[in-house]
Design a protein around this ligand. Structure first.
Ligand SMILES: Cc1cc2nc3c(=O)[nH]c(=O)nc-3n(C[C@H](O)[C@H](O)[C@H](O)COP(=O)(O)OP(=O)(O)OC[C@H]3O[C@@H](n4cnc5c(N)ncnc54)[C@H](O)[C@@H]3O)c2cc1C
Length: 464
C-alpha cells in the first residue's frame, strides 16, 4: 500500500468524515459545510464541546447548576473564534463580557489597561499600575518596546523566564507569571517565549479591542458548541453524538496500492479529519499501523512527536456563599488575580454571580495544579474565605472539576505534530489545539487548526 491518494491538498473532498466535536472539529465542520462538502461528524460524548463544555453539577440549589468543565476566558484577539460564533448565530458581544485587560488583585494592586485604543490602553495602564514603582513601570515599557522592535520574536528554545530575566522580580510574579499561566497554562520557567510573544503581539497590536478580556456570561456550551451543533443539523450534516469512533480503515484505489479514501466505523469518506485530543488521535493512528503495517514507517514521525507531548492540568473549584443576596456582586471585579502560595494555590477567582447570575457562586482556578481533589478543594475554600473576609463555614465547595490533560505543556523548543500525519497523503488530516501552529492550547488555537485543515483542501497554502 502506498501513502498516496487522489485527495491531495488543494483538492476538495466530496464526503468528509470529522472525528470529534470540540471547538476544532466544529470549526472544521462549519467551514467544510460552507465549502459545499458533505460532512459526517462523530462525537464520543453525549454533547459537543470537548474540553470547553457545560457540565451539570449538584450545587445545593433547588435544581442542578449548568457550570463549565473549567472557567474559560478569551481575548479580543481571538478573531477566528469570534467570527465562528457569529457564523453559527451567536452574538459574542451578548454572550461575553468585554473588559479592558485587568490583572489586579482584590486590593486593586496590579495592571489594568485603560479603555482606550491600542497602544494607549497598555501605555496608560502601565503608567497607572497600582503598587508598582516608577522604575518597574519603566522597565516593563522598555521591555515591551524592545520586544516590539524585535518583531515579537524569540529563539525557539528560549523560555519566558529567560526572556524576562532582566525584569524586576515583582513584575515577573505580579504580571508575567499570571499572564503566562492564563495564556499558555505553563509555568514561566518552561513556557515558550516565542508563543508567549505571539499572544502578546496579537493582543497588543491586533487592532481595536484585541487586548480586551472576554469572559463568558453563559455556560460554555452555549457559547459555541451547542449553537454550532444546531447550525450543522440545520444544514443536514450527519451528526452522531455518543459515538466514539473505533476504527479507521483505508480504502484502496483500483490499482490496489494507493489509498482512495477511508472507512470510519464502516462509513465511507473521501477524506478524514481527526479532531480528537492528542491521546485519541494517537490511539486511532497507532491501531491503523497495526492493521496496515505498510503505514507504520510513514506515520512513525508523527506518532513519535505526538507521544512526546506533555500535558498540564487545570482545576476549577466552585464555591458557594450561602444566603448571599442575588443582586450584589461577590468580588470587586468579575475576575481577580490572586497571589497563589503552597497553601492557597488558586491563581484567579471569578464572580459567577456577576458573570452568569449563579447566586453566591465563585469559581477558583488553579492551573498546573498537582495535589488531590479533596486537598485542593479544602485549600480553595480557605482561600475564598480569606478573599471574601468571611469564616470558612459560610462557604461550601459545591463542585470541583479537575481536567488532568487540560492543555499540552507549551514549553520552549517543543516540536508539535503536523496537520498532515502521512506525508504525501492529503486525505487524512489532523486538527486540534496541539497541532503545529502559532498559538498555545487555547480555543483560538483549536478553531484556527480546524479551519486551516479545511482550507488545506481548498487551497494549497492555508493561512496561519
Ligand atoms: C479546565 C480548562 C480551562 C481552559 N481554559 C481556557 C481558557 O481560559 N482560554 C482558552 O482559550 N482555552 C482554555 N482551555 C483550553 C481549551 O478548552 C482547549 O484548547 C480547546 O477546547 C481544545 O479544543 P479541541 O477541539 O482541540 O479539543 P477537544 O476539546 O479535546 O475536542 C476533542 C473532541 O473529540 C471527541 N473525541 C475524542 N475521541 C473521539 C472518538 N474516538 N470518536 C469521536 N469523538 C471523539 C472528544 O469527546 C472531544 O469532544 C481550557 C481547557 C480546560 C480543560
Amino acid at each position: 500500500m502506498k501513502a498516496t491518494s487522489d485527495c491531495t491538498m488543494g483538492r476538495t473532498p466530496r464526503r468528509l468524515g470529522i472525528i470529534g466535536a470540540g471547538w476544532a472539529g466544529l470549526a472544521a465542520a462549519v467551514a467544510a459545510t460552507q465549502a459545499g462538502m458533505q460532512v459526517s461528524l462523530w462525537e464520543a460524548a453525549r454533547h459537543p464541546g470537548g474540553r470547553a463544555r457545560t457540565v451539570t453539577l449538584e450545587t445545593g440549589l433547588d435544581a442542578p447548576c449548568q457550570l463549565d468543565n473549567g472557567q474559560h476566558i478569551l481575548i479580543g484577539a481571538y478573531g477566528r473564534s469570534l467570527r465562528l460564533m457569529q457564523q453559527v448565530g451567536v452574538d459574542p458581544e451578548q454572550m461575553l463580557l468585554r473588559l479592558p485587560l485587568d490583572l489586579r488583585d482584590s486590593q486593586g494592586q496590579g495592571l489594568a489597561f485603560a479603555n482606550l485604543p491600542a497602544p494607549w490602553d497598555g501605555l496608560l495602564g502601565v503608567w497607572r499600575a497600582s503598587g508598582w514603582t516608577w522604575s518597574q513601570r519603566w522597565a516593563l515599557l522598555r521591555h515591551l518596546l524592545r520586544w516590539q522592535m524585535a518583531g515579537f520574536r524569540a529563539p525557539p528554545r528560549q523560555t519566558v523566564a529567560q526572556l524576562c530575566q532582566h525584569l524586576p522580580a515583582a513584575l515577573l510574579d505580579g504580571f508575567i507569571e499570571p499572564l503566562c499561566v492564563a495564556a499558555l497554562n505553563t509555568p514561566v520557567q518552561q513556557a515558550s517565549a516565542q508563543v508567549f510573544l505571539r499572544v502578546l503581539q496579537d493582543s497588543m497590536l491586533g487592532g481595536p479591542g484585541s487586548s480586551n478580556l472576554l469572559i463568558p456570561r453563559v455556560p460554555l456550551g452555549e457559547l459555541l458548541a451547542e449553537p454550532a451543533w444546531h447550525w450543522l443539523a440545520l444544514q443536514q450534516v450527519r451528526l452522531a453524538s455518543g459515538r466514539r469512533v473505533q476504527r479507521l480503515e483505508p480504502l484502496l484505489a483500483a490499482d490496489g496500492q494507493s489509498i482512495a479514501g477511508w472507512r470510519v466505523d464502516g462509513r465511507e469518506c473521501d477524506a478524514v479529519l481527526l479532531a480528537t485530543h492528542s491521546a485519541e488521535a494517537l490511539r486511532l493512528l497507532s491501531q491503523l499501523t497495526q492493521e496496515q503495517p505498510a503505514l507504520a514507517a510513514p506515520l512513525q514521525d508523527w506518532l513519535h512527536t505526538t507521544a512526546q507531548l506533555a500535558h498540564e492540568p487545570i482545576a476549577t473549584v466552585y464555591v458557594r456563599l450561602q444566603g448571599h443576596p442575588p443582586d450584589t456582586s461577590l468580588l470587586p471585579r468579575p475576575m481577580l488575580m490572586l497571589h497563589p502560595t503552597a497553601e492557597h494555590p488558586a491563581q484567579f477567582a471569578f464572580d459567577r454571580q456577576a458573570l452568569t447570575g449563579d447566586t453566591g457562586l465563585l469559581a477558583l482556578v488553579t492551573s498546573t495544579s498537582r495535589g488531590s481533589r479533596q486537598h485542593l478543594e479544602a485549600q480553595c475554600l480557605q482561600q475564598a474565605a480569606q478573599l471574601l473576609n468571611l469564616p470558612a463555614d459560610r462557604l461550601t465547595a459545591v463542585g470541583t472539576v479537575v481536567e488532568k490533560r487540560a492543555t499540552f505543556a507549551c514549553t520552549a523548543g517543543l516540536a508539535r505534530p503536523a496537520m498532515q500525519p502521512l506525508p504525501g497523503l492529503g486525505s487524512l488530516l489532523v486538527c486540534g489545539d496541539y497541532i503545529d501552529g502559532p498559538y498555545p492550547g487555547t480555543l483560538e488555537g483549536a478553531v484556527r487548526s480546524g479551519e486551516n485543515a479545511v482550507a488545506a483542501w481548498l487551497q494549497p497554502t492555508p493561512p496561519n
